[in-house]
Design a protein around this ligand. Structure first.
Ligand SMILES: [Zn+2]
Length: 252
């Protein structure tokens, strides 16, 4: 059956002389792979350039084989400002790479789709470091890997004094239960409370949250290692846009 859906271009490569194969993240079908036959013959059915950092409306034919035929593409939004600012472009590319590398095919998640759309839009005016950590914290919750920042993962005790985070356990561990846990990292109360606040509130409220530079460093330390351990996604740990990261990681 023929379908119509909105989608971001995550990845693209040329196929034979005139065609294009892409990976897209759509609102209803999740990640899909599609071929645009005759894309480089300037068919009128493809009015979008299908660049990275574009949102498009597609018409396609879902089937059991991995690559679907896409017959129409129309540009909906062009996040062209991302191509003019290198730090913002790196954050935008990291969001799309994360979807490309970690999302399974054909597993629609409208909330993740909306989160990507909101974050790419907010990169226009907001600080890219904040957009990145808010995206990552929300993404982990929405993809079912929500790190626990309120109570101990083992005994369920609510914690309000000392905070030790275990990447392997996926959250906080109290000082009693932590005796047998090998990868504990002490985090500050301020960082812990801010992470919890971001998990539990809408983007409009998070906008007003002030986070210190040292808290941001704690966020990226936890998020980078968490994504590496649970998703085998090391782009954040290896990225150079946040120069403090490699240094923090080597101290671990
Ligand atoms: Zn405990």
């Amino acid at each position: 059956m023929i379908e119509k859906d909105l989608g971001f271009v995550l990845r693209r490569y040329n196929f034979r002389e005139t065609s294009l194969i892409t990976t897209l993240y759509t609102s209803r079908f999740g990640k899909i792979r599609g071929i645009f036959k005759g894309f480089y013959t300037f068919k009128k059915e493809f009015s979008s350039s299908l660049d990275i950092f574009t949102l498009n409306e597609f018409v396609f034919y879902p089937k059991k084989s991995e690559i679907w035929l896409i017959s129409h593409a129309d540009l909906v939004s062009d996040f062209s400002y991302l191509r003019e600012d290198l730090p913002k472009a790196k954050v935008g590319a990291l969001l799309l790479n994360l979807l490309d590398k970690t999302m399974p095919l054909w597993d629609g998640n409208l909330q993740i789709f909306n989160l990507v759309n909101d974050c790419l839009n907010s990169l226009k005016q907001d600080n890219e470091v904040k957009v990145l950590y808010v995206f990552l914290i929300k993404f982990l919750s929405l993809s079912g890997f929500k790190p626990e920042f309120n109570h101990c993962m083992k005994c369920q005790k609510t914690l309000d004094d000392e905070f030790y985070f275990s990447v392997a356990k996926g959250g906080l561990v109290c000082n009693v239960c932590g005796k047998n846990v090998g990868d504990l990292k002490k985090i500050t109360k301020q960082a812990c409370r801010s992470l919890l606040y971001i998990q539990n509130n809408d983007l409009s409220l998070i906008d007003r949250l002030k986070v210190s530079r040292s808290c941001e460093e704690e966020f990226f330390y936890i998020l980078g290692r968490f994504l590496g351990y649970h998703f085998e996604f090391n782009d954040l740990i290896n990225s150079d846009f946040f120069p403090v990261l490699p240094q923090l990681v080597s101290q671990y």
